[in-house]
Design a protein around this ligand. Structure first.
Ligand SMILES: [Zn+2]
Length: 239
């Protein structure tokens, strides 16, 4: 953070922050990067908040990406539409729950908020990380990830549908007693180019007993009235 922000945070003058930093560096003390070394649920058997993980996994598969930063530290980025401010706050919260001591930050790109948090262990938690785009390579799901998703399918679906899904209003007309009547009905759609991600979405929908169908090679639709209501209750609206 900037010296100015640091000064405000600690209630001291900026020049005091600068003096402290110079003293610190002169003594050759380690930089304050301890948060990057938070223990890993995979390497170090640190506890994992599975509900938060299942949802963050959905977000990652939908619109996430991992990049390698400096000193072997990876950055997890989640992209989401700027209009969904509550979801964007929620993504930060999920990151803090999955990586205790994590300090997610956001930046704006046209139309989108990118929420990012750094950790050496993101590839341990998301072994799907690799070169190239997700739909152009085999992702595979680790056994431990399957168990987490099976235990928290609603959370997983919230991440998937709030990133790559939409709740849309459809309408149709029907003849009733000789009169053309219009009926509106909502439906959820999940659109993704990866056959594996589509399959995982369907499996999770099966687990929570929400009826679905494949509309085309990249789209899953949930349109039966009871199924839409059930999914609404599980994942809530995008907001
Ligand atoms: Zn690890």
């Amino acid at each position: 953070m900037s010296d100015q922000d640091n000064a405000v945070l600690h209630g001291v003058a900026v020049k005091t922050i600068r003096r402290w930093r110079r003293l610190y560096q002169r003594r050759g003390l380690p930089r304050g990067q301890a948060h990057l070394g938070a223990p890993c649920p995979r390497c170090d058997t640190a506890p994992l908040d599975e509900g938060a993980y299942a949802e963050l996994f959905g977000w990652y598969l939908g619109d996430g990406h991992i990049s390698l930063g400096r000193r072997g530290v990876y950055n997890l980025h989640i992209y989401n539409d700027v209009q969904y401010t509550e979801d964007n706050d929620h993504i930060k919260e999920l990151m803090r729950r999955v990586k205790p001591m994590g300090r997610p930050h956001t930046r704006l790109v046209p139309g989108c908020v990118v929420t990012t948090v750094s950790w050496k262990h993101w590839p341990c938690l998301f072994p799907q990380h690799g070169p190239g785009r997700k739909h152009e390579r085999r992702l595979g799901m680790a056994d431990w990830q399957r168990e987490v998703v099976a235990a928290h399918p609603g959370d997983f679906l919230r991440g998937l549908f709030h990133s790559d899904g939409a709740r849309v209003r459809n309408w149709t007309t029907r003849m009733v007693a000789g009169e053309q009547k219009r009926y509106d009905y909502p439906r959820w759609q999940f659109v993704n180019m990866s056959p594996e991600i589509l399959e995982w979405c369907c499996q999770a929908l099966d687990l929570v007993e929400v009826a679905w169908r494949r509309s085309n090679h990249k789209t899953i639709s949930v349109s039966r009235r009871d199924a839409v209501a059930r999914l609404d209750a599980l994942i809530g609206a995008k907001r």
